[in-house]
Design a protein around this ligand. Structure first.
Ligand code: CTP
Ligand code: MG
Length: 233
């Protein structure tokens, strides 16, 4: 059954503060986006990858991805992540109208091991219509009000930090985006609004999102220590 991957990569990377959009920032000699797409292809089952790129960097992104092969397509992203995913999904449906599984994977989670991609795909193929990789939360999390005063402490044992790729049947992802009113920080959030169950599989520390200069330094150090561009686990 055919798997397509949608890669939202159109963000400006404001918290990273680099001169270029975050997807183009190099780590270990290559842009984050190249690491991310290569990682998806390394999982083995992904037929098409559709990247939603910053609209003013389409040519640069296409040139970077050409060496990865004809299965990788580039479209212009939107003003927020949800809209970027929606545009990539629309394009994917034209490249691969028979696709059964859609993965949505942040370019910013550039070092996600292929094993995580495979466990998400396998769980969807095994019958779960929506699957997300998660990690236990190690910090205690507080809920605060607008003034910053603590109003509650959720039970940490029931909290999870959510990563990507998130996997869905194409039909469900399409319905979730069609019904979406306003943006969400992840696609599972849109699926939850439909009342659909979202399953979890174990994530991985390397699937961390590169958000700040500190995250970038951590990724650089991890890759330098590993001596490779992409961990295959
Ligand atoms: N993204 C996107 N289109 C947007 C905004 C974000 O495709 N209009 C993508 C980013 O490129 C990233 C993923 O969504 O791969 C997660 O977003 P985030 O980490 O917040 O990246 P940025 O929005 O680029 O960063 P910042 O919020 O610091 O500006
Ligand atoms: Mg953002």
């Amino acid at each position: 059954m055919s798997v397509v991957a949608l890669v939202p990569a159109a963000g400006r990377g404001e918290r990273l503060g680099a001169a270029a959009p975050k997807a183009l920032v190099p780590v270990h000699g290559e842009p984050l986006l190249v690491h991310a797409v290569r990682g998806l292809l390394a999982a083995g089952s992904v037929r098409h990858v559709v990247v939603a790129a910053p609209p003013d960097h389409l040519d640069a992104v296409a040139a970077l991805l050409t060496p990865l092969g004809a299965a990788v397509h580039v479209v212009a992203g939107g003003p927020d992540r949800t809209e970027s995913v929606r545009r990539a999904l629309e394009a994917a449906l034209s490249f691969a109208p028979d696709a059964h599984v859609a993965l949505v994977h942040d370019a910013a989670r550039a070092f996600t091991p292929a094993s995580v991609v495979r466990s998400v795909v396998d769980a969807v193929l095994a019958g779960a219509p929506a699957v997300i990789p998660v990690l236990p939360v190690t910090d205690t999390i507080k809920r605060v009000d607008a003034a910053g005063h603590v109003v509650g402490t959720p039970d940490r044992s029931r909290l999870r930090a959510v990563q990507t790729p998130q996997g869905f049947t194409v039909d469900l992802l399409r319905r979730a985006h069609a019904a979406a009113e306003g943006a969400a920080t992840d696609d599972a959030g849109l699926v939850e609004r439909l009342g659909q169950t979202v399953a979890t599989v174990p994530g991985h520390p390397l699937a961390m999102k590169i958000t700040t200069p500190f995250d970038l330094a951590v990724a650089e150090a991890v890759l330098a220590a590993a001596g490779t561009g992409q961990e295959e686990t």
